[in-house]
Design a protein around this ligand. Structure first.
Ligand code: TXA
Ligand code: MG
Length: 341
Protein backbone atom coordinates (compact mmCIF):
# COMPACT_ATOMS: atom_id res chain seq x y z
CA UNK A 1 0.00 0.00 0.00
CA UNK A 2 1.18 3.52 -0.79
CA UNK A 3 0.39 6.31 1.68
CA UNK A 4 -0.10 9.86 0.43
CA UNK A 5 1.50 12.30 2.87
CA UNK A 6 0.92 16.06 3.12
CA UNK A 7 4.08 18.10 2.64
CA UNK A 8 3.83 19.21 6.27
CA UNK A 9 4.46 15.63 7.44
CA UNK A 10 7.93 14.65 6.20
CA UNK A 11 9.16 12.61 9.17
CA UNK A 12 7.86 9.26 7.95
CA UNK A 13 9.08 9.90 4.41
CA UNK A 14 12.55 10.91 5.63
CA UNK A 15 12.69 7.83 7.86
CA UNK A 16 11.74 5.57 4.92
CA UNK A 17 14.47 7.21 2.82
CA UNK A 18 17.08 6.61 5.53
CA UNK A 19 16.00 2.96 5.68
CA UNK A 20 16.58 2.57 1.94
CA UNK A 21 13.02 2.87 0.60
CA UNK A 22 11.97 5.01 -2.37
CA UNK A 23 9.51 7.88 -1.83
CA UNK A 24 7.53 9.98 -4.34
CA UNK A 25 8.76 13.57 -4.05
CA UNK A 26 7.46 16.81 -5.57
CA UNK A 27 9.87 19.07 -7.44
CA UNK A 28 9.24 22.22 -9.46
CA UNK A 29 9.66 20.27 -12.74
CA UNK A 30 7.95 16.90 -12.31
CA UNK A 31 7.53 14.47 -9.40
CA UNK A 32 10.58 12.31 -8.70
CA UNK A 33 11.05 8.88 -7.17
CA UNK A 34 13.55 9.71 -4.44
CA UNK A 35 15.96 7.34 -2.70
CA UNK A 36 19.27 7.46 -0.84
CA UNK A 37 21.88 8.15 -3.53
CA UNK A 38 24.64 6.63 -1.38
CA UNK A 39 22.95 3.22 -0.93
CA UNK A 40 23.16 0.73 -3.84
CA UNK A 41 20.18 -1.26 -2.50
CA UNK A 42 17.97 1.83 -2.34
CA UNK A 43 19.06 2.70 -5.89
CA UNK A 44 18.21 -0.83 -7.06
CA UNK A 45 14.69 -0.41 -5.61
CA UNK A 46 14.20 2.72 -7.71
CA UNK A 47 15.15 0.92 -10.93
CA UNK A 48 12.84 -1.96 -9.96
CA UNK A 49 9.82 0.21 -9.06
CA UNK A 50 10.11 2.15 -12.33
CA UNK A 51 10.97 -0.95 -14.41
CA UNK A 52 13.81 1.21 -15.66
CA UNK A 53 16.64 -0.51 -17.55
CA UNK A 54 19.92 -0.37 -15.62
CA UNK A 55 21.65 1.45 -18.51
CA UNK A 56 19.66 4.66 -17.97
CA UNK A 57 21.41 6.66 -15.21
CA UNK A 58 19.76 8.57 -12.35
CA UNK A 59 20.41 12.12 -11.25
CA UNK A 60 21.33 13.12 -7.70
CA UNK A 61 19.36 15.84 -5.91
CA UNK A 62 20.92 18.09 -3.31
CA UNK A 63 19.79 21.07 -1.22
CA UNK A 64 21.53 24.35 -0.45
CA UNK A 65 22.16 23.32 3.15
CA UNK A 66 23.46 19.87 2.18
CA UNK A 67 26.30 21.34 0.08
CA UNK A 68 26.85 24.75 1.69
CA UNK A 69 27.59 28.17 0.18
CA UNK A 70 29.97 26.91 -2.58
CA UNK A 71 27.94 24.06 -4.14
CA UNK A 72 30.74 22.65 -6.31
CA UNK A 73 33.16 22.57 -3.38
CA UNK A 74 30.45 21.05 -1.17
CA UNK A 75 29.75 18.36 -3.77
CA UNK A 76 33.46 17.51 -3.99
CA UNK A 77 33.89 17.52 -0.18
CA UNK A 78 30.95 15.12 0.16
CA UNK A 79 32.33 12.78 -2.52
CA UNK A 80 29.29 13.31 -4.76
CA UNK A 81 31.37 14.66 -7.64
CA UNK A 82 35.06 14.12 -8.37
CA UNK A 83 37.77 16.78 -8.36
CA UNK A 84 37.22 19.40 -11.05
CA UNK A 85 40.13 20.97 -12.93
CA UNK A 86 40.03 24.73 -13.48
CA UNK A 87 38.70 24.28 -17.05
CA UNK A 88 35.98 21.86 -15.97
CA UNK A 89 34.40 24.23 -13.46
CA UNK A 90 31.16 25.71 -14.70
CA UNK A 91 31.25 29.48 -14.13
CA UNK A 92 30.28 30.36 -10.56
CA UNK A 93 27.74 32.84 -11.93
CA UNK A 94 25.93 29.99 -13.72
CA UNK A 95 25.31 28.20 -10.44
CA UNK A 96 24.55 31.35 -8.49
CA UNK A 97 21.95 32.33 -11.07
CA UNK A 98 20.41 28.95 -11.89
CA UNK A 99 20.65 26.82 -8.73
CA UNK A 100 18.34 25.99 -7.06
CA UNK A 101 16.34 25.42 -10.23
CA UNK A 102 15.56 23.16 -13.18
CA UNK A 103 19.16 22.58 -14.32
CA UNK A 104 20.97 19.23 -14.07
CA UNK A 105 24.73 19.29 -14.54
CA UNK A 106 26.63 16.20 -15.65
CA UNK A 107 29.97 16.22 -13.80
CA UNK A 108 32.62 13.62 -12.87
CA UNK A 109 31.18 10.99 -10.51
CA UNK A 110 32.54 11.16 -6.96
CA UNK A 111 33.75 8.23 -4.85
CA UNK A 112 30.64 8.01 -2.64
CA UNK A 113 28.17 7.63 -5.52
CA UNK A 114 27.62 3.94 -6.38
CA UNK A 115 28.30 3.03 -10.02
CA UNK A 116 24.68 1.85 -10.38
CA UNK A 117 23.42 5.45 -9.99
CA UNK A 118 25.29 6.39 -13.16
CA UNK A 119 24.81 3.06 -14.95
CA UNK A 120 28.56 2.55 -14.72
CA UNK A 121 29.48 5.90 -16.33
CA UNK A 122 32.24 7.95 -14.74
CA UNK A 123 29.93 10.96 -14.66
CA UNK A 124 26.94 11.84 -12.48
CA UNK A 125 23.99 14.17 -12.97
CA UNK A 126 23.44 16.65 -10.12
CA UNK A 127 20.50 18.97 -9.57
CA UNK A 128 19.43 21.32 -6.78
CA UNK A 129 15.63 21.48 -6.96
CA UNK A 130 13.93 24.76 -6.08
CA UNK A 131 10.79 23.15 -4.63
CA UNK A 132 10.70 23.83 -0.87
CA UNK A 133 9.32 20.35 -0.11
CA UNK A 134 12.10 18.65 -2.10
CA UNK A 135 14.68 20.70 -0.23
CA UNK A 136 13.00 19.98 3.11
CA UNK A 137 12.95 16.24 2.39
CA UNK A 138 16.64 16.20 1.43
CA UNK A 139 17.41 18.08 4.64
CA UNK A 140 15.18 15.88 6.82
CA UNK A 141 16.84 12.74 5.45
CA UNK A 142 20.24 14.52 5.46
CA UNK A 143 21.10 12.65 2.27
CA UNK A 144 21.66 13.32 -1.42
CA UNK A 145 18.69 11.69 -3.17
CA UNK A 146 18.49 10.10 -6.60
CA UNK A 147 15.18 11.08 -8.18
CA UNK A 148 14.23 10.02 -11.67
CA UNK A 149 10.77 11.10 -12.79
CA UNK A 150 8.23 9.02 -10.83
CA UNK A 151 6.69 7.24 -13.82
CA UNK A 152 7.07 3.71 -15.08
CA UNK A 153 9.79 3.59 -17.72
CA UNK A 154 8.91 5.27 -21.01
CA UNK A 155 5.62 6.70 -19.72
CA UNK A 156 4.49 10.24 -19.09
CA UNK A 157 6.24 12.03 -16.23
CA UNK A 158 3.84 12.79 -13.34
CA UNK A 159 3.11 16.40 -12.46
CA UNK A 160 0.69 15.69 -9.59
CA UNK A 161 0.80 13.36 -6.59
CA UNK A 162 -2.29 11.60 -7.99
CA UNK A 163 -0.37 10.81 -11.19
CA UNK A 164 2.46 9.31 -9.11
CA UNK A 165 -0.14 7.13 -7.38
CA UNK A 166 -1.39 5.97 -10.78
CA UNK A 167 2.15 5.18 -11.94
CA UNK A 168 3.69 3.66 -8.83
CA UNK A 169 0.91 3.10 -6.27
CA UNK A 170 1.42 -0.21 -4.46
CA UNK A 171 5.12 -0.28 -5.32
CA UNK A 172 6.47 2.35 -2.89
CA UNK A 173 5.58 3.19 0.73
CA UNK A 174 4.96 6.96 0.45
CA UNK A 175 4.19 9.79 -1.94
CA UNK A 176 4.59 13.33 -0.59
CA UNK A 177 1.93 15.64 -2.01
CA UNK A 178 3.44 19.01 -2.92
CA UNK A 179 0.63 20.09 -5.24
CA UNK A 180 0.88 20.37 -9.02
CA UNK A 181 4.36 21.05 -10.44
CA UNK A 182 5.04 24.65 -11.45
CA UNK A 183 7.16 23.98 -14.53
CA UNK A 184 5.80 20.70 -15.83
CA UNK A 185 8.69 19.48 -17.99
CA UNK A 186 11.86 17.82 -16.70
CA UNK A 187 15.04 19.77 -15.97
CA UNK A 188 17.49 20.92 -18.60
CA UNK A 189 20.46 18.50 -18.67
CA UNK A 190 23.85 20.08 -19.42
CA UNK A 191 27.01 17.96 -19.63
CA UNK A 192 30.21 19.75 -18.63
CA UNK A 193 33.32 18.14 -20.12
CA UNK A 194 36.79 18.21 -18.57
CA UNK A 195 37.88 20.76 -21.20
CA UNK A 196 34.98 23.01 -20.21
CA UNK A 197 32.87 22.39 -23.32
CA UNK A 198 29.20 21.95 -22.58
CA UNK A 199 26.56 19.86 -24.32
CA UNK A 200 22.83 20.40 -23.97
CA UNK A 201 21.54 16.84 -23.56
CA UNK A 202 17.89 17.62 -22.70
CA UNK A 203 16.07 20.93 -23.25
CA UNK A 204 14.05 22.29 -20.35
CA UNK A 205 12.95 25.47 -18.64
CA UNK A 206 16.55 26.69 -18.44
CA UNK A 207 16.70 27.43 -22.14
CA UNK A 208 19.63 27.24 -24.55
CA UNK A 209 19.45 31.01 -24.80
CA UNK A 210 19.80 31.40 -21.01
CA UNK A 211 22.74 28.98 -20.92
CA UNK A 212 24.42 30.84 -23.78
CA UNK A 213 24.10 34.08 -21.85
CA UNK A 214 25.67 32.59 -18.71
CA UNK A 215 28.39 30.52 -20.40
CA UNK A 216 29.39 33.12 -22.98
CA UNK A 217 29.13 30.44 -25.70
CA UNK A 218 26.24 28.33 -26.96
CA UNK A 219 26.21 24.81 -25.52
CA UNK A 220 26.85 22.11 -28.14
CA UNK A 221 24.07 19.90 -29.47
CA UNK A 222 24.37 16.20 -28.60
CA UNK A 223 25.66 13.81 -31.23
CA UNK A 224 23.01 11.16 -31.70
CA UNK A 225 25.17 8.09 -32.16
CA UNK A 226 23.61 4.66 -31.78
CA UNK A 227 26.69 3.17 -30.10
CA UNK A 228 27.55 3.66 -26.42
CA UNK A 229 25.19 6.50 -25.65
CA UNK A 230 26.44 9.94 -24.77
CA UNK A 231 23.06 10.74 -23.32
CA UNK A 232 21.50 7.51 -22.22
CA UNK A 233 18.11 9.14 -21.79
CA UNK A 234 17.93 10.16 -25.40
CA UNK A 235 15.72 7.30 -26.41
CA UNK A 236 13.40 8.48 -29.15
CA UNK A 237 10.27 7.10 -27.55
CA UNK A 238 9.76 8.52 -24.11
CA UNK A 239 7.13 10.43 -22.19
CA UNK A 240 4.57 8.51 -24.23
CA UNK A 241 0.86 7.97 -23.59
CA UNK A 242 -0.46 4.46 -24.28
CA UNK A 243 -2.78 5.83 -26.94
CA UNK A 244 -0.97 6.43 -30.27
CA UNK A 245 -0.29 10.16 -30.64
CA UNK A 246 0.20 11.96 -33.95
CA UNK A 247 1.38 15.53 -34.41
CA UNK A 248 0.03 17.99 -36.96
CA UNK A 249 1.09 21.57 -37.56
CA UNK A 250 -2.43 22.94 -37.42
CA UNK A 251 -5.88 21.32 -37.16
CA UNK A 252 -7.01 23.45 -40.10
CA UNK A 253 -4.56 21.91 -42.61
CA UNK A 254 -4.49 18.46 -40.99
CA UNK A 255 -4.87 15.33 -43.14
CA UNK A 256 -8.19 14.37 -41.54
CA UNK A 257 -9.00 11.70 -44.14
CA UNK A 258 -5.79 9.85 -43.39
CA UNK A 259 -6.39 10.28 -39.66
CA UNK A 260 -9.94 8.86 -39.88
CA UNK A 261 -8.66 5.90 -41.87
CA UNK A 262 -6.51 5.03 -38.89
CA UNK A 263 -8.95 5.67 -36.06
CA UNK A 264 -12.58 6.49 -35.40
CA UNK A 265 -12.52 7.80 -31.88
CA UNK A 266 -10.09 10.70 -31.62
CA UNK A 267 -8.92 12.81 -28.70
CA UNK A 268 -7.71 16.27 -29.68
CA UNK A 269 -5.06 18.51 -28.14
CA UNK A 270 -4.99 21.97 -29.67
CA UNK A 271 -2.24 24.52 -29.19
CA UNK A 272 -4.45 27.60 -28.91
CA UNK A 273 -8.24 27.77 -28.46
CA UNK A 274 -9.85 26.07 -31.46
CA UNK A 275 -13.42 27.21 -32.23
CA UNK A 276 -13.71 24.54 -34.96
CA UNK A 277 -12.96 21.82 -32.41
CA UNK A 278 -14.70 22.79 -29.17
CA UNK A 279 -14.10 19.29 -27.76
CA UNK A 280 -10.30 19.65 -27.99
CA UNK A 281 -8.22 20.18 -24.86
CA UNK A 282 -6.19 23.35 -25.26
CA UNK A 283 -2.52 23.37 -24.26
CA UNK A 284 -1.79 27.06 -24.37
CA UNK A 285 -5.05 28.96 -23.69
CA UNK A 286 -3.30 32.20 -22.68
CA UNK A 287 -0.46 32.24 -25.25
CA UNK A 288 2.14 31.82 -22.49
CA UNK A 289 4.67 29.01 -23.15
CA UNK A 290 5.08 28.30 -19.46
CA UNK A 291 1.35 27.56 -19.23
CA UNK A 292 1.73 25.03 -22.05
CA UNK A 293 4.73 23.38 -20.37
CA UNK A 294 2.88 23.16 -17.06
CA UNK A 295 -0.19 21.60 -18.71
CA UNK A 296 1.50 19.29 -21.21
CA UNK A 297 1.87 16.01 -19.32
CA UNK A 298 -1.41 16.33 -17.44
CA UNK A 299 -3.28 16.99 -20.72
CA UNK A 300 -1.64 13.91 -22.27
CA UNK A 301 -2.67 11.86 -19.25
CA UNK A 302 -6.26 13.12 -19.43
CA UNK A 303 -6.53 12.34 -23.15
CA UNK A 304 -4.89 8.95 -22.63
CA UNK A 305 -7.72 8.05 -20.23
CA UNK A 306 -10.58 8.93 -22.60
CA UNK A 307 -10.47 5.57 -24.35
CA UNK A 308 -9.77 7.25 -27.70
CA UNK A 309 -8.01 5.24 -30.39
CA UNK A 310 -5.69 8.07 -31.30
CA UNK A 311 -4.59 11.43 -29.90
CA UNK A 312 -4.12 14.16 -32.51
CA UNK A 313 -2.06 17.08 -31.18
CA UNK A 314 -1.06 20.39 -32.70
CA UNK A 315 2.69 20.99 -32.57
CA UNK A 316 4.05 23.80 -30.44
CA UNK A 317 4.62 26.55 -33.01
CA UNK A 318 7.57 28.12 -31.12
CA UNK A 319 11.07 27.00 -32.06
CA UNK A 320 12.95 28.86 -29.35
CA UNK A 321 13.10 29.22 -25.59
CA UNK A 322 10.79 26.91 -23.69
CA UNK A 323 9.23 25.97 -27.05
CA UNK A 324 12.26 23.71 -27.68
CA UNK A 325 11.49 21.62 -24.59
CA UNK A 326 7.77 21.42 -25.34
CA UNK A 327 8.42 20.36 -28.95
CA UNK A 328 10.96 17.78 -27.76
CA UNK A 329 8.51 16.14 -25.33
CA UNK A 330 5.68 16.13 -27.89
CA UNK A 331 7.99 14.65 -30.53
CA UNK A 332 9.03 11.85 -28.20
CA UNK A 333 5.43 11.18 -27.22
CA UNK A 334 4.64 10.62 -30.89
CA UNK A 335 7.80 8.68 -31.76
CA UNK A 336 6.22 5.21 -31.77
CA UNK A 337 3.20 6.19 -33.86
CA UNK A 338 3.80 5.71 -37.60
CA UNK A 339 3.78 9.08 -39.40
CA UNK A 340 0.68 10.10 -41.40
CA UNK A 341 1.17 9.95 -45.15
O1 TXA B 1 13.47 17.50 -13.61
C1 TXA B 1 14.06 16.44 -13.49
O2 TXA B 1 15.24 16.29 -13.85
C2 TXA B 1 13.31 15.29 -12.82
C3 TXA B 1 13.00 15.69 -11.39
C4 TXA B 1 12.38 14.57 -10.61
O3 TXA B 1 14.14 16.16 -10.76
N1 TXA B 1 14.08 14.09 -12.89
C5 TXA B 1 14.26 13.44 -14.07
O4 TXA B 1 15.03 12.30 -13.99
O5 TXA B 1 13.77 13.83 -15.11
P1 TXA B 1 15.08 11.21 -15.14
O6 TXA B 1 15.89 10.10 -14.59
O7 TXA B 1 13.71 10.89 -15.55
O8 TXA B 1 15.88 11.95 -16.26
C6 TXA B 1 17.27 12.19 -16.10
C7 TXA B 1 17.92 12.24 -17.46
C8 TXA B 1 17.80 10.93 -18.18
O9 TXA B 1 17.54 11.22 -19.53
C9 TXA B 1 19.19 10.33 -18.01
O10 TXA B 1 19.52 9.46 -19.06
C10 TXA B 1 20.04 11.57 -18.02
O11 TXA B 1 19.30 12.53 -17.30
N2 TXA B 1 21.31 11.34 -17.29
C11 TXA B 1 21.44 11.02 -15.98
N3 TXA B 1 22.72 10.84 -15.65
C12 TXA B 1 23.43 11.04 -16.78
C13 TXA B 1 24.82 10.98 -17.09
N4 TXA B 1 25.74 10.69 -16.16
N5 TXA B 1 25.18 11.25 -18.36
C14 TXA B 1 24.26 11.57 -19.31
N6 TXA B 1 22.93 11.62 -19.07
C15 TXA B 1 22.52 11.37 -17.82
MG1 MG C 1 12.15 10.40 -16.81
Amino acid sequence: MTVLLPSTDLDRAADALRRGHPVGMPTETVYGLAANALDPEAVARVFAAKERPSHDPLIVHISPSLVGPDPLQGLMDRGIIGALGEDARPPATLLTALWPGPLTLILPRGPRIPAAVSSGLDTVGVRMPAHPTAQALIDAADLPLVAPSANRFGRISPTTAAAVMTELGGRIPFVVDGGPCEIGVESTVLAVRQDGHTTLLRPGAITAEMLHAHLGVAPLAPTRSKGPQQAPGQLDSHYAPRTPLVLVDDFRGAPWDAIHQRANRLALLSWSPSPDHPDALCLCPDGDLSTAARRLFQCMRTLDETGAEMIVAERCPHLQGLGTAIRDRMQRASAETPALD
